[in-house]
Design a protein around this ligand. Structure first.
Ligand code: NI
Length: 209
């Protein structure tokens, strides 16, 4: 993909003539002309089922950067995978950061996101304690998680981009593809990104982190 190496940064520095965050618009910053990065070039409608896609943010208790360790991420992925057998769902997108994660999930059948998340949190804590040979009480996760039911296709795009942009937002990398623990590459290969867009942080929304 083509990237010039500029970090566009936060949208507060960007002059925009439109407030429709869902569309491509030209933005001007420091005399440069950027194509606003909300252009997902593929048709993502087929990924959207009204009322059934949920954005989740979960933070580690006290923001311990436990997931700096790739083995711990591996364990979490296993737990996510195993949970599907009891509470079926599809994972549309994810990003695992050192002290939190964001996912877009689509519960299937009778399962719901609340059950899914409680199951994952509980099972992970058990597995983590076992892996650390720790027997005491452990509040691994923050008790609450942030959830948001996706309202429409634009909202899906918005959250999909938020997830993939997240490692940049939190200062870990400068390019989305440089963060291995996200679904960016999957969506890139699906044709969601033209490779020419510049990415800026979403304007609207509350994300839980
Ligand atoms: Ni985040």
């Amino acid at each position: 993909m083509t990237r010039s190496g500029h970090n566009v940064g936060h949208v507060s520095n960007v002059t925009r003539s439109k407030h429709n965050i869902g569309n491509v618009s030209n933005v001007t910053r420091s005399g440069h002309n950027y194509k606003f990065a909300y252009n997902i070039s593929m048709d993502i409608r087929r990924y959207y089922t009204p009322g059934h896609v949920v954005f989740i943010t979960q933070v580690v208790n006290h923001r311990q950067p436990v997931f700096q360790n790739s083995e711990t991420i591996f364990l979490l992925k296993e737990i996510f995978q195993n949970a599907k057998e009891i509470h079926p769902y599809k994972m549309l997108a994810f990003v695992f950061l050192p002290d939190h994660f964001h996912v877009l999930i689509q519960p299937k059948g009778n399962s719901n996101f609340s059950q899914i998340m409680h199951s994952i949190k509980r099972n992970f804590t058990v597995a983590y304690k076992r892996s650390m040979n720790f027997k005491g009480d452990l509040q691994f996760w923050q008790k609450r998680f942030w959830d948001h039911v996706i309202r429409n296709e634009k909202d899906l795009e918005n959250h999909l981009h938020y997830i993939h942009y997240n490692p940049i937002k939190h200062g870990y990398v400068n390019e989305m593809e440089d963060w291995k623990e996200s679904s960016f590459l999957k969506w890139y290969k699906l044709g969601a990104y033209s490779g020419e867009e510049k990415w800026v942080e979403p304007l609207h929304g509350t994300w839980g982190e």
